[in-house]
Design a protein around this ligand. Sequence first.
Ligand code: ADP
Ligand code: MG
Length: 267
Amino acid sequence: MTSLLHVRNLSVSIGATRILRDVSFSVVQGESIAIIGPNGAGKTTLIKTILGLKTEYRGQIELLGLSLSSYSARERARWMAYVPQNHDFADFSTVSEFIWMGRYPYLSVFRQPVDGDHQAVQAALEMTGTLAQANRTLATLSGGEQQKVLIAAALAQQPKMLLLDEPSTFLDPKNQVEVQALLCKINRETGTTLLSITHDINSALQASTRILGLKAGEIVFDGNPQALANEAVLAEIYGAAFRLIDDPKTGCPVVIPTMVASEGRFS
Ligand code: ADP
Ligand code: MG
């Protein structure tokens, strides 16, 4: 198994505030990693720093054994693609034009699109099921369709690793499941490594090979879904109470955040 990313003793400060503290982990090609943790834990800062969007940090970030700083932005974009949390869709590009922007790391005035570029865009449209919307403008899409188009643009980059910031947080339950299923398919069929921030603990338990728990800028959990399915571990990460029950159909553990008894409508 090839090691893709090494993060060693990564610390990030903004002004006098330490946002990440001594974060260390490695990522192997093909892993599907969920990053969980409370709001403000530093999750977004972590993936932005790995992507090279934040250059002020201490510690080491290595991509394929070489320091991140030795790659140009175009080189980084051939290895890593980003699906940000907030994207402004109030522009007039069509879905197809937007996904073509995913080819920018490969194109230049000296390197016009060739068959391989068309194939990458077509494959991204097909994989994400957005082919039918190819000629629509972004602003006319539903939230679920927009999220799939963001993922398609990232796939058109043909990265080794996709970094996603809460890809399903603002979607309805049906679209949440669809986006999660799409990410599983991408990981399984293309071998693309996933590093995905989520608040959906249950989908992290079901779909990830590994989970990183971040709290106040530190990694407080790094393990498999079985190890996370533990009330004390979850309470430590979130500072909140959870109950675990077994899904009677699948036998898999399901996490439920618990309310104080007197606050529950049915208690
Ligand atoms: P998460 O994604 O886990 O919610 P973030 O990485 O967005 O957390 O933020 C971590 C902490 O860093 C938060 O306390 C946030 O307020 C702070 N922070 C993030 N960006 C900035 C910034 N540009 N200036 C000041 N503080 C920031
Ligand atoms: Mg965030």
